[in-house]
Design a protein around this ligand. Structure first.
Ligand code: AKG
Length: 283
């Protein structure tokens, strides 16, 4: 298989369901990407129809070319190619931000529980640190090998302190002692499988903890959605059961905002399916 991961890195990913840390750019490039994000966050509220936070937290690749530039970084795509093969699509992209001294956490979950991909093996997340992600600042924790299970039952907690849309949490016991801490320096990335058990704690530091997260899939990843979308990042251009989305230049342009609404409308039924209360989708 082409791509840049060594055989031992690839075997470790397949065995453990994650790989980290992998350096993908220098600290000063991470700083530039963080500055570009912070410029996006300074967009006046009356200039955009939805809260800026929602745009950054769901499908950020549709409203700005800032995250797109990272998602298209060849160093990242070369690693993804080792895992998924030459035809790479991006399904989602989001900033996961924990402000200094926040109680916000992410409960134990498997990503593929609500994404309509039938627990596929063909989805991988790249989590790129734009600030230090340490145990103290609430970096991710992974349970090695847990991706070998299928999707386990989850409960919606709707907890205020949970960064996930419905506070979803694995309903079986997860022993924290089994977990490893996936600390990253700015410019480093972790990769994790869509069925891996993972979580993250509060940020007890004075610094923001910022991750830019890309969800890459293969064209043959199943979709239960009537209309789902994906962006071609590399390869044949086949988007399988999903409709193709073109990358658009600029930030918060009219065309980008229209794209955003179209995709969110199509995806929300699946992302909120089965919830007992309204799912806010981060607004
Ligand atoms: O950023 C975090 O703390 C959690 C991120 C996460 O759950 C994910 O990327 O799948």
């Amino acid at each position: 298989m082409a791509g840049s991961l060594s055989n031992s890195q690839l075997s470790a990913y397949r065995e453990n369901g994650y790989l980290c840390p992998v350096r993908v750019f220098a600290e000063d490039e991470a700083r530039k990407q963080r500055d570009a994000l912070e410029a996006l966050e300074a967009t006046p509220a009356d200039a955009i129809p939805r809260p800026c936070n929602q745009y950054l937290r769901v499908n950020a690749h549709l409203i700005s070319d800032v995250p797109l530039a990272v998602a298209a970084n060849p160093m990242i795509l070369d690693c993804i190619e080792s895992i998924l093969g030459p035809d790479i699509l991006m399904w989602g992209c989001e900033y996961f931000i924990k402000e200094p001294h926040t109680h916000k956490v992410v409960s134990w979950h498997q990503d593929l529980t609500y994404w309509g991909m039938d627990g596929s093996d063909h989805e991988v997340t790249a989590w790129v640190a734009l600030s230090p992600a340490t145990e103290a600042s609430g970096c991710m924790k992974f349970v090695p090998g847990s991706h070998k299970q299928q999707i386990v039952p989850h409960t919606d907690t709707f907890s205020e302190d949970n960064l996930l849309s419905r506070g979803q949490e694995i309903a079986v016991d997860v022993d924290e002692a089994d977990a490893i801490v996936a600390a990253l320096q700015p410019g480093e990335m972790s990769l994790h499988h869509g069925r891996l058990f993972h979580a993250s704690g509060p940020n007890t530091t004075d610094e923001r903890r910022i991750g830019l997260v890309m969800r890459y899939i293969r064209p043959d990843t199943p979709s239960v959605m009537k209309n789902d979308y994906a962006m071609v990042m590399r390869g044949s251009g086949d988007t399988g059961p999903r409709l193709p989305l073109n990358p658009l230049p600029g930030t918060f342009t009219k065309a980008q905002l229209a794209h955003y609404d179209q995709v969110l409308a199509a995806q929300s039924a699946t992302l909120t399916a089965g919830a007992e209360s309204a799912v806010s989708l981060y607004d």
